[in-house]
Design a protein around this ligand. Structure first.
Ligand code: UDP
Length: 245
């Protein structure tokens, strides 16, 4: 698959149509896919940490989340497909799961948020089967984590959703037996539960969702401070964003 390399992160260059084909092939048993959805903050973290980079690049689909990745492409005149956000991809996966009556397991968020999100999901996608769920606040390498992984491996979901933020969710996904589809999708359960509102559509389209989130959650400023640095690296490094594969 063609990729767009952004500071070492190899983004899959897929359109919405191509993505749907890959997802359907995965659920039909052709090839399991592990999906990650990095934004510029994650790219910057991986840029400084070889292990995180390997965790991302060893995934089957690396989807562009965050308008910053598209800006990087524009700055370097790379023609890449539109971005496929974590939340939109999760919705696509859930609708396929509903259509094909698949088993889904959810890990992530605070317990109350998780329960609320799963209730909403069951309402919207009544034919999918929720085979298990666990909040995302367990310690890495703990007994609790081992138990959750054992439960997932026992229940053999077709789809595993890990929404615990980067890199906890990616590390976690790498520990489980691979379901047909597994996806790390950050704060998606917060959005689905209704606890966190997404920006209005026009703002999403204009690429200002990050600004909306910043106003709603000012503590994100610390994380978002890295974005100007990301853009500077894209502009001033010669090979910061290019197509390959
Ligand atoms: N979270 C979690 N376990 C943790 C830390 C965070 O389940 O140890 C959840 C948190 O409740 C939120 C999500 O992970 O639902 C992270 O959302 P954030 O917006 O930070 O992720 P992003 O999409 O920006 O990567």
């Amino acid at each position: 698959m063609e990729t767009v390399n952004v500071l070492g992160v190899k983004f899959s260059n897929v359109s919405a149509e191509m993505l749907e084909t890959v997802l359907r092939e995965a659920v039909s048993g052709e090839k399991n896919v592990r999906i990650v959805t990095p934004n510029p903050e994650i790219v910057m973290a991986a840029h400084k940490d070889a292990e995180l980079m390997e965790l991302i690049n060893s995934s089957d689909l690396v989807l562009k989340d965050g308008v910053g990745i598209k800006i990087a492409e524009k700055l370097k005149h790379v023609e890449g497909f539109e971005r496929q956000t974590g939340i939109a991809t999760l919705e696509k996966i859930l609708s396929i799961a509903d259509e094909l009556r698949l088993k889904v397991y959810f890990v992530g968020a605070k317990e109350a948020t998780l329960f609320k999100a799963v209730d909403k999901i069951k309402e919207k996608y009544p034919n999918l089967e929720v085979v298990g769920m666990h909040d995302g606040y367990f310690k890495e390498n703990s007994e609790e984590e081992t138990k959750i992984i054992a439960d997932i491996n026992k229940k053999k979901p077709d789809i595993l959703v890990a929404a615990m933020g980067f890199p906890k969710q990616e590390k976690f996904l790498a520990l489980t037996e691979t379901p047909k589809i597994s996806i790390g999708c950050g704060g998606s359960l917060d959005v689905i539960s209704g606890n966190v509102k997404r920006a209005p559509k026009w703002m999403q389209k204009a690429g200002f969702e990050w600004f909306y989130r910043l106003i709603k959650e000012p503590k994100r400023i610390k994380r978002q401070m890295v974005i100007p640095l990301f853009l500077a690296k894209i502009i001033f490094n010669k090979k910061s964003c290019f197509k390959e594969g």
